[in-house]
Structures are given as C-alpha cells and as structure tokens.
Write a new protein. Structure first.
Length: 202
C-alpha cells in the first residue's frame, strides 16, 4: 500500500492562523488580487471583499495579495493596500483605486514587508508625479505649467532614488568581485576569487 503523499507548506492552504494569509503554490500568485464592494457605504466607508468565485479563486487571491504586499500578515496587507490606494487618483471609485494600487504593487512583487513599504511609497510617488504632469499638460499659463513641472520633476527624482533603493535591497547578500587590473609577470599565476588552504599547506 503506497504511502499518502504529504503536502509541503507551499502546497497546502493554511486556514488555522487567524489574521494570516494562506500559503499557496507560487503559480497561483500570477494574478493580481482584486476587490469588490460589499453592501452600501456606511459613514463614507466602503466595505470591500475579495472578488472571487470558489475556493480556487480565493487561494489565487490570497497568493496574489501576499505577492503584491510581501507579507502573510492580513492586517499589514490591508493597511498597505489602503495606503497605496489613497494616491490612485485615476480611479473612478474607492474599489477601482484599490485594485489599481494592488495591480501596481503586484507587478513590483515585494519579497518582504520592507520592500512592500518601499513599493507603496513608489506607487504613491508615481501617481502624484503623473498627476502634476497631467495638470501641466492642461494648463495654459506658463507660471502654472512650470510649477507643476517642477513638482513632477522632484517626484520623479525621488522615484528614481526609490528604485535604486529597491534594487539595493534585492541585491543584498550577493557578492560581486570586480577586477580592475591584474598584472602577471612571466612564469607567474593569477587567481581571482576566494582562496583557501588545506591544513598542512597543501
């Protein structure tokens, strides 16, 4: 009798930890998560829920949410998503703004909460920069155009700095050896890289 196959943590949907997102196969995280409005707004607050149909879609939504926000903590994920959606000025309603922000974060794919926070800032800076560029394009007064262009320029410089910071975070731990110049005399040998000696000098 064959032994039943055991599921690894990357294959099994975990539902026993309240406030935690499910751990699911990476393939299910290929789609950006989407939300939908539930009921009518109360005191100006829109209630949202995963826009899914069936358990498979729910797993995909949870996996996509974890990929988009770099954390399995549900409360942190919700907070970061809300922060990113505040600057999504192109959406027609709160749900659309949140979905646009989630799609942008999902494409960046932060690997941890630190990268997720940086990604949220990048989305906000990008949105505001595009807003000021749009205002400049619609204006006719040179002074107003220059003001908006200057604001956009500062934001785009900040975005470039953020992108470099994200690149540096992802490169952390990777060792790079750069050889500027090596001179080898006749009969000599050059070794580039780590050199270790065994006991006894062999």
């Amino acid at each position: 009798m064959s032994k039943p196959e055991e599921k690894t943590p990357s294959q099994e949907l975990t539902t026993t930890q309240p406030g935690r997102l499910a751990i699911v196969p990476p393939a299910k995280a290929s789609r950006a998560p989407k939300l939908k409005q539930v009921g009518e707004p109360k005191n100006g607050v829109v209630c949202m829920a995963p826009d899914v149909s069936g358990n498979d879609d729910l797993q995909a939504h949870q996996a996509g949410l974890e990929r988009a926000l770099g954390t399995s903590d549900l409360h942190l994920a919700q907070t970061l998503a809300q922060q990113a959606s505040v600057t999504a000025l192109s959406g027609t309603n709160d749900v659309e703004k949140c979905n646009l922000a989630l799609a942008a974060l999902h494409s960046i794919g932060p690997e941890n909460s630190l990268e997720a926070m940086l990604a949220v800032q990048m989305v906000g800076v990008h949105n505001l920069a595009m807003e000021f560029l749009g205002r400049a394009a619609c204006e006719k007064q040179p002074e107003v155009i220059d003001t908006n262009l200057n604001r956009a320029e500062r934001l785009l410089r900040l975005y470039s700095t953020q992108a470099q910071t994200l690149k540096a975070c992802r490169a952390r731990g990777q060792q790079t050896i750069r050889v500027e110049r090596v001179e080898v005399n006749s009969g000599g040998q050059a070794i580039v890289g780590a050199v270790s000696h065994s006991p006894g000098g062999a």
